[in-house]
Design a protein around this ligand. Structure first.
Ligand SMILES: *[C@@H]1O[C@H](CO)[C@@H](O)[C@H](O)[C@H]1NC(C)=O
Ligand SMILES: *[C@@H]1O[C@H](CO)[C@@H](O)[C@H](O)[C@H]1NC(C)=O
Ligand SMILES: *[C@@H]1O[C@H](CO)[C@@H](O)[C@H](O)[C@H]1NC(C)=O
Length: 498
């Protein structure tokens, strides 16, 4: 503001004026003090020092000097007082929208859907299903010595075969068959006949044929019409219609003899499909419960936060520039929890139980061809069976040739054991063969011994078939399993009614 030059100029002017003033003052005083001065001081004297003359009169003042140069600029003044605050500017625009509020919590899970409808029940009788059939004939009296047992039953000139036609529902099942009826050989010595089952004309191959033999050593005048039982199980038989035939033929290594079948009584062929699956008791199985409903949809996102609060009032500006925008508003409030999901759809219907459709039978059949066991006392064969439960019964049978030979008033007994002990609940399972006069006889004949035994431990059970003496009889010549197939069948069955 004040330049230093101007300042300098001002200072010089001031000094000059001061000098002039001093000079004027000296001139004015010198007249009054002159004498003193002369005596006191001779010192002011250049050159020769004559007596100074009288001072001249004052000259006329000179013309004024030219103007001095401008002084330097002065220094800046102190900062002025702050101006009055301007008026508040117009309100700023609204702040930016705040960020979205936090997502609301997921809605509650929907309710479990209603239970599905029950699965289909097997529309069966309340007892385990058995696919079985029994064909029966009264007084069959079939005289043939070889071939399918049948009679030429004339009715409107039709000849009916005596097959028992059975419909097998499944492939993986076994067929269980038995024959009960009178079989005989007649009027021959050292002669034998064999009876056997066929399935669509072929003998069983899995595991072995189902047969029985009747032998006679001396019988020129004998006619052995006796009821006999031949039973067994056969695997690998196709499903669908199966012709189960019962035949008569020759024994291996023996020629023909006079046979007859079904004399003067009822003969039966029983056929049953034997299932491998499991189901004790009634087999209608309730449907599985319906599946849980699907969870409800997640709650919707929370709503956006509200606009932020108005910005603060701007400062008043001179010209009132618009205030800055307000601060960004705070985040919106957390969204509300989503609505509860809808109830899940009803579960699907229960599944029809995927069991084999036939009732389970825990069974086993051990078979031997031409056992030809000559022992008179002791174990013939074991069949080891696994019993699943404690409170069930075991059903067992033997089918095979048993004989006594060459003795009078003699007897042998065959019986089952379970881990070496005979059945005690209710009683042993046994059978005897007796002969009054038989010095030259040999009763090799198919025989069947069957029964049920309770109170047998669960787990492995050794089912044994033994030969021994009859009570009150001594030993005799016994023989077991001659020239045919022998079987021990074992089956676990629910306990009997009380
Ligand atoms: C098995 O076959 C018989 C006809 O022989 C039929 O009546 C029955 O319904 C069938 N059972 C099953 C479980 O398929
Ligand atoms: C019963 O035992 C047999 C073996 O003999 C086994 O295969 C089957 O799974 C068992 N069943 C049950 C229900 O324990
Ligand atoms: C029965 O015999 C079988 C086979 O020998 C054996 O594993 C089992 O432990 C026996 N059970 C009892 C109760 O003796």
């Amino acid at each position: 503001m004040w330049s230093s030059e101007l300042v300098e100029l001002i200072i010089m002017l001031s000094l000059l004026m001061l000098l002039l003033a001093m000079m004027t003052s000296v001139t004015a005083t010198s007249g009054n003090k002159q004498s003193a001065q002369t005596t006191q001081s001779p010192s002011f004297c250049y050159g020769g020092c004559g007596i100074p003359g009288m001072p001249g009169k004052l000259g006329t003042p000179g013309a004024p000097g030219r103007d001095g140069r401008d002084g330097r600029d002065g220094r800046d003044g102190a900062k002025g007082d702050q101006g009055l605050q301007g008026k508040t500017g117009p309100q700023g625009p609204p702040g930016d929208k705040g960020p979205a509020g936090v997502k609301g919590e997921e809605g509650a899970k929907g309710e479990t859907g209603a239970q599905g409808p029950p699965g289909q029940k097997w529309e069966l009788s309340p007892m385990p299903f058995k696919n079985w059939k029994e064909c029966a004939w009264n007084n069959l009296d079939d005289q043939k010595d070889t071939g399918l047992i049948k009679v030429n039953f004339l009715s409107n000139s039709l000849c009916f075969l005596r097959d028992c036609v059975f419909t097998k529902n499944f492939s993986n099942t076994a067929l269980h068959v038995y024959w009960t009826g009178a079989l005989r050989i007649y009027g021959c010595n050292d002669c034998c006949k064999r009876w056997y089952f066929t399935f669509n004309g072929a003998e069983c191959s899995a595991p072995l044929p189902i047969d029985g033999v009747v032998y006679m050593q001396t019988g020129g005048n004998k006619n052995l019409h006796r009821v006999r039982h031949i039973e067994g199980h056969c695997n690998n038989i196709h499903k669908g219609k199966v012709r189960v035939g019962f035949w008569i033929g020759n024994c291996a290594s023996y020629g023909n003899a006079d046979g007859q079948t079904g004399w003067n009584s009822v003969s039966r062929i029983f056929v049953e499909e034997q299932s491998p699956s499991f189901c004790y008791g009634g087999c209608g199985i309730p449907g599985m419960p319906g599946k849980h409903g699907t969870p409800g949809a997640p709650g919707r996102d929370g709503r956006d936060g509200r606009d932020g609060a108005k910005g603060d009032q701007g400062l008043q500006g001179k010209t009132g520039p618009q205030g800055p925008p307000g601060d960004k508003g705070p985040a919106g409030v957390k969204g509300e929890e989503g609505a509860k999901g809808e109830t899940g759809a009803q579960g699907p219907p229960g599944q029809k139980l995927e069991l084999s459709p036939m009732p389970f039978k825990n069974w086993k059949e051990c078979v031997w061809k031409n056992l030809n066991d000559g022992k008179d006392n002791g174990l013939i064969k074991d069949c080891v069976f696994t019993k699943n439960f404690s409170d069930t019964a075991l059903h067992v049978y033997w089918t095979g040739a048993l004989r006594i030979a060459s003795c009078n008033s003699c007897c042998k007994r065959w019986y089952f054991t379970f881990n070496g002990s005979e059945c005690s609940a209710p009683l042993p399972i046994d059978g005897v063969v007796y002969m009054a006069t038989g010095g030259n006889k040999n009763l090799l004949r198919v025989r069947h011994i069957e029964g049920h035994c309770n109170n047998i431990h669960k787990g492995k059970v050794r089912v044994g078939f033994w030969i021994g003496n009859c009570a009150s009889y001594g030993n005799a010549d016994g023989h077991t399993g001659w020239n045919s197939v022998s079987r021990i069948f074992v089956e676990e069955v629910p306990k009997a009614q009380a």
